[in-house]
Design a protein around this ligand. Structure first.
Ligand SMILES: [Zn+2]
Length: 389
């Protein structure tokens, strides 16, 4: 098996406190041995083993590849005009999704696959090595299953989100749409998905509908996650915790009971600051969640309507600047936190046996990701042990 020693790393984030300083397990003057698709050794450069080849990190920082646990990338068209209108003073409403539904239904398989590949590559260049992505712009049995089939060809983290909004075809009979989502559509989609998700929000699906949808998905072997408490207070977060959701996503409007539920359960609170940025909405309060003991992840929510960014470094910068996270907490949330939100132990860390997913920064420390916002700091990316960027 070919091996590569990445050496002369000024500062290495391992996310394993047993390997180095603090919760990030920081190792100074470090080296990492990559063997095949896995990490085979981590430690100080001075003690590094021999390898077939060497890569000189030239005194810069190395971090685990970002784990983006929430995106909506099977779509066609864009929503430039909606963004432009919103930035001219009109409020965001969930119904804007219908524009993308029409464009996505009209697109060919090839167009959807090419658009997905383009955005995944864009994210990879910015250090993201694992992507979750969802359906939700088809809203028919055929179009939802098609979206998931296309997604499953490019990532293993695929989420069935037939319950994104009530399909415009069922505007007069939302209950019949919930029946479809939990019946024929679920049947057609489950083979391609690992997760089931629902947009629990006023104007989308209420608590009872969300419960029915996630429960049906669980019965089919899918693991729940939930869009919860984004635009207003509501039942989503506590429902997610009760049903054993891996993650409750958005968490912008939380009561004390919501925070307590997240802190006491093992549902990760995934915060998506790109959405608040792009809709000029109130930031989620990461500090409150962290102080209560909840596990926090950061993700892009990349989608053409409410958060059209694929940049995890941008989300880190927002979380540090506006959500009360320290640079260390934000880096952890964007790597190990995302892995927790996907219930993965093989990614989001640089430890022996983990998948060799790493990003080399054009900076001496991971702190620069927030300190130098908007600057393209990712110099090189290894995914599955191969140099991909
Ligand atoms: Zn979303």
């Amino acid at each position: 098996m070919p091996s590569t020693l990445i050496h002369s790393i000024r500062s290495l984030v391992t996310n394993d406190p047993a390997l180095g300083t603090g919760p990030l397990g920081l190792v100074e003057d470090a080296a990492v041995l990559v063997e095949g698709e896995r990490i085979a050794w981590v430690g100080p450069s001075s003690k590094a083993p021999q390898a077939d080849s060497a890569y000189d990190a030239q005194g810069q920082a190395v971090i685990p590849g970002f784990v983006d646990s929430h995106s909506h990338l099977v779509f066609a068209g864009d929503r430039t005009q909606e963004f432009n209108a919103r930035m001219s003073g009109q409020p965001y409403k969930a119904g804007g999704i219908r524009t993308t539904v029409a464009a996505t239904r009209a697109a060919s398989d090839e167009e959807l696959a090419a658009n997905l590949a383009k955005h995944l590559h864009e994210a990879l260049r910015q250090g993201t090595t694992t992507f979750e992505t969802k359906s939700g712009y088809g809203l028919t049995v055929e179009d939802e299953a098609r979206a998931l089939r296309i997604a499953s060809e490019q990532t293993s983290e695929v989420t069935y989100l037939g319950a994104h909004i009530v399909s415009p075809d069922y505007a007069e009979d939302p209950a019949a749409y919930v029946d479809l989502v939990t019946g024929d559509m679920l049947e057609a989609c489950a083979p391609y998905a690992r997760w089931i998700d629902v947009f629990c929000e006023k104007g989308a699906f209420d608590g009872d509908q969300a419960r029915a949808i996630l429960t049906a998905g669980k019965a089919k072997g899918l693991i729940p996650r939930i869009h919860a408490n984004q635009l207003s207070y509501g039942p989503g977060v506590q429902l997610g915790v009760e049903l054993g959701a891996a993650s409750a996503d958005h968490c912008t409007h939380l009561t004390d009971a919501d925070v307590d539920a997240l802190a006491s359960g093992d549902t990760v609170a995934t915060l998506l600051p790109g959405a608040e940025f792009s809709t000029r909405a109130q930031w989620p309060d990461a500090r409150r969640l962290l102080d209560a003991g909840a596990t926090v992840a950061l993700s892009t929510d990349c989608n053409p309507g409410s958060s059209f960014t694929s940049s995890m470094p941008f989300c880190i910068a927002l979380a540090v600047r506006d959500m009360g996270m320290t640079p260390d907490e934000a880096l952890w949330a964007a790597t190990a936190g995302g892995a927790r939100a996907l219930r993965r132990t093989d990614i989001g860390r640089i430890t022996v046996g983990a998948r060799a997913d790493l990003a080399l920064l054009d900076a001496p420390s991971h702190v620069h990701l927030a300190y130098r916002p908007g600057v393209p700091l990712v110099l090189a990316v290894w995914r599955n042990g191969a140099l991909a960027v």
